[in-house]
Structures are given as structure tokens and as C-alpha cells.
Design a protein around this ligand. Structure first.
Ligand code: CTP
Ligand code: CA
Length: 231
């Protein structure tokens, strides 16, 4: 049977993706985490794989099956995520969809903390490494296209634009997660793709789509930019 050839615009490209939350232990039974289902990052991994890319997905704890044909590295904490991302380099394209916990507990307990009459446990927080910024600022192994996400509850475009500058990435996928949108943990996303074009910052607003459609659209944009300006 003759079938039309499947377009594989990312054939030969290596794509690195982070997804899901990270869990930062407080003690052996408790952790700090962000809300994240991992669905958007997993959908991007599947779409990139379908487009012919070799895909490495570094995921925090999620309740999802590993996408077919994708190499998945499962991690818990932000520091483990950074380690696996660094180990996966070099890559042609890196997409940071994970909701990394910004802080971890400095004085992690070896034993379960107990309630005492002395009051609340004194939790000291320290900042986690910024994986996106770390990789964006590499001089030797920086992937030619680095894409971050910005989940915001207010001032979406302005916050995302300043994140693009601060992190040093090439594109930001800005995502409105204010409670009224009901997107957290859901199947749909309203995104704006913010990119640098000839020194200008361009904002491309997409209609509400499923996370699978967002993934396919993002992969199509990546494929288009790879042909315009070979990665
Ligand atoms: N990110 C990361 N490592 C971190 C924090 C964030 O790689 N420690 C990445 C996320 O995966 C996302 C982007 O940075 O692609 C933006 O994350 P976000 O939480 O929106 O930005 P922050 O710089 O942490 O700012 P804030 O949470 O204060 O808005
Ligand atoms: Ca954050």
C-alpha cells in the first residue's frame, strides 16, 4: 500500500524538555511543590517525537505514562532536574516547561518533624538553581534555540517579556494561569508566544487550544524557525 510520507521536520534534531513539578523535601514525609500536571511538557515531547526528533524528557513527579519513543529521566528535586538536563546536553532545542519549585528547605530533616509545644518548625528556605537561566547563559553548550515558559496570574505579557530578558532565552511561551481561567491541571491552555525578532520583541497570541494543540503548534514554529535559520 502506498501512503504519503509522514512529514518529519525535526528529523536529526535533539530536543531536551523539562516537565512537571519538582518536589523539595522538608523531611522524609513532606515536601514543597508547585501545582503542575506535566501535561503540557509531555504533549510537547510527544509532538517533537512525532516530528522526527530525538527527545529527552526530564520530568518531575507526575501521574502520566512516558510518551512512546521518548527517553524519560524521572527526577524529584530541582537540583536533580538540573543535573539530568546538564547530562543530556548537547541539544539543538531546549524547552523548559517544568514548574520548578523556586525554593527548597535548607535544613531538611532526617526524621519526620513532630508537632511540639515549642511551636512551628523553623523552616529555612534557600533558592533553587534556575535551570532555564543556567542553560540559556552557557557559553559552550548552549542549545541554539532555548524556550522558556511563564505561568502568570497577572500582567502576563509584561512579566513574560521581562522573563525573556532576565533568563536570556530565545522564546517564552506565556501562559495565563489565573484561577478564573481554570487552566491549572486542565486540558486547555491560552498561550502567547513571545520571541525576539531582529532586536524587537514580537508577541504572537494563539486562540484557546488543548495542550496537545499547543504542543503541535509550538513544534511547527520550531520547525519553521529551523528552516529559516538552520539551528
Ligand atoms: N525555571 C527553571 N528553574 C527554576 C525556575 C524556573 O528552569 N528554578 C524555568 C521554568 O521551567 C520556566 C521559566 O523558568 O520555563 C519561568 O518560570 P517561572 O516560575 O515563571 O519564573 P521565575 O523566574 O521562577 O519567576 P516567578 O516564579 O517569581 O514568577
Ligand atoms: Ca518560579
Amino acid at each position: 500500500l502506498l501512503r504519503p510520507p509522514v512529514p518529519r521536520p525535526l528529523a536529526g534534531k535533539r530536543v531536551l524538555i523539562t516537565a512537571g513539578p519538582t518536589h523539595e523535601p522538608i523531611d522524609p514525609v513532606r515536601y514543597i511543590a508547585n501545582r503542575s500536571s506535566g501535561k503540557q511538557g509531555f504533549a510537547i515531547a510527544a509532538a517533537a517525537q512525532a516530528a522526527g526528533a530525538e527527545v529527552i524528557l526530564v520530568s518531575g513527579p507526575v501521574d502520566l505514562d512516558d510518551p512512546q519513543g521518548v527517553t524519560v529521566k524521572h527526577v524529584e528535586s530541582a537540583r536533580q532536574m538540573l543535573e539530568q538536563v546538564q547530562a543530556a546536553l548537547p541539544a539543538d532545542i531546549a524547552i523548559f516547561a517544568a514548574a520548578v519549585a523556586d525554593w527548597r528547605v535548607a535544613n531538611e530533616g532526617d526524621q519526620k518533624l513532630k508537632k511540639t509545644s515549642a511551636g512551628m518548625p523553623p523552616l529555612q528556605l534557600v533558592e533553587n538553581p534556575d535551570i532555564l537561566a543556567t542553560i540559556s547563559k552557557l557559553t559552550d553548550k548552549r542549545p541554539p534555540l532555548v524556550i522558556g515558559f511563564a505561568a502568570e496570574t497577572e500582567h502576563l505579557i509584561d512579566n513574560a517579556k521581562s522573563k525573556l530578558a532576565r533568563k536570556g532565552c530565545d522564546w517564552i511561551v506565556a501562559n495565563d494561569v489565573s484561577p478564573a481561567t481554570g487552566v491549572m491541571g486542565g486540558d486547555r491552555n491560552t498561550v502567547h508566544l513571545i520571541s525576539r525578532k531582529d532586536g524587537e520583541i514580537a508577541v504572537d497570541s494563539w486562540p484557546v487550544m488543548t495542550k496537545e494543540q499547543v504542543a503541535i503548534e509550538l513544534v511547527a514554529h520550531i520547525a519553521r524557525s529551523a528552516t529559516e535559520k538552520p539551528l
